[in-house]
Every structure is written in structure tokens, then in C-alpha cells.
Design a protein around this ligand. Structure first.
Ligand SMILES: Nc1ncnc2c1ncn2[C@@H]1O[C@H](COP(=O)(O)OP(=O)(O)O)[C@@H](O)[C@H]1O
Ligand SMILES: [Mg+2]
Length: 164
């Protein structure tokens, strides 16, 4: 699919978005931010360095200002931000057992806060409900994002911004 630059694949419902630079990835995150709020879940998958934290940082800064410190939650597992609603940024790469998710309170934050979750495969069989899924991959100097589970308005906004 890497050679196909069409941002919208009607049959699968998956948007494929070319992000040639970190600035493009920031613009992508800001459009998503405008269509996400309390109770929404974003699952960010993709190899190390594909821009999962970059997406979360841009979204959090969209709400809290460009100078907001957004440290990687790779050791703390979660960082919680107080915007107009809570934003939870989780990086589950180092999760050692799924019971830790409840200890962190992530099970209760899901469906209440806006939850941005890196390495969502570590969630195991924890029920997460409907979610926006963003799968990032290396693509030349940039990245390719496969987006599924987007609301109709978000799909429309992304298609209009990223259509060739
Ligand atoms: N679309 C993109 N094109 C080029 N560089 C990007 C893009 N998205 C993110 N980056 C850069 O990739 C690097 C790694 O991003 P990061 O968000 O830490 O990855 P991850 O959290 O997936 O491990 C950062 O320097 C970031 O600015
Ligand atoms: Mg990361």
C-alpha cells in the first residue's frame, strides 16, 4: 500500500495519510485534536520512532499550549493532563502485567478522559470500546498513517486536508 497515496480507501474504511515531515504529523494531530474529547480513546501503534509520542505531544499542546512539557511516559506508564477535560497519555511498552493497568487507573479513565495509548497491544483483553486507531509506519523520510475508527466529521476533515 505504500505506493498508493490515496488518503481514503472506501472499501476498508481506512484512511491512508502520507505524513512526509514532522510538521505534517503535527498538522494531522491538530486536526484529530479538534474532533476528539472526553471519553474518546486513541490507540497509537507502530514501530519505535514512527511518531506515536509526537502525535500525543502535538494533541496535548493543542489543548494546553505550545510550551507544555510532555515527557515520555515510558517509565511512569501514564501522564495525566488537566485540559478542559483530563487527557491521559499512556505508553504501555514496559507494562509487566495487565493488572498494572487497573493500579494505574487506566481502566477507569477509559471512556471518561481522552486516552492516548501507545503500544495498545499490551492492553491484553481489557475492554476498550470504540477507538480511533492510528497505525504509523516509516515511509521514506516521513511516515504513513493508517487511520480507522474515525468519526464522519474527522474523516471529512482529514480527507479534505490530506487529499492529493
Ligand atoms: N511524519 C514524520 N516525518 C518525519 N519525522 C517524524 C514524523 N513524525 C514524527 N517524526 C519524528 O520521529 C521521531 C520519533 O518520534 P516519536 O514520537 O518519539 O516516536 P515513537 O513514540 O513512535 O517511538 C521524532 O523526532 C519526531 O519528531
Ligand atoms: Mg513513544
Amino acid at each position: 500500500m505504500a505506493q498508493n497515496h490515496t488518503p481514503f480507501t472506501p472499501d476498508s474504511g481506512t484512511l491512508q495519510i502520507d505524513l512526509p515531515s514532522a510538521d505534517a504529523a503535527t498538522a494531522f494531530a491538530e486536526i484529530c485534536a479538534q474532533h476528539l474529547g472526553a471519553g474518546d480513546t486513541v490507540l497509537l501503534s507502530g514501530a519505535v520512532g514512527t511518531g506515536k509520542s509526537h502525535f500525543a505531544r502535538a494533541l496535548i499542546r493543542h489543548h494546553l499550549g505550545p510550551d507544555t512539557d510532555v515527557p515520555s511516559p515510558s517509565f511512569t506508564l501514564v501522564q495525566v493532563y488537566a485540559a478542559a477535560f483530563e487527557i491521559w497519555h499512556a505508553d504501555l511498552y514496559r507494562l509487566t502485567y495487565t493488572g498494572e493497568l487497573a493500579e494505574l487507573g487506566l481502566d477507569e479513565a477509559l471512556g471518561q478522559a481522552l486516552c492516548l495509548i501507545e503500544w495498545p497491544d499490551r492492553l491484553g483483553d481489557m475492554p476498550i470500546g470504540p477507538a480511533l486507531r492510528i497505525d504509523l509506519a516509516y515511509h521514506g523520510q516521513g511516515r504513513l498513517a493508517q487511520v480507522s475508527g474515525a468519526s464522519a466529521p474527522l474523516r471529512a476533515a482529514l480527507t479534505s486536508e490530506f487529499a492529493p
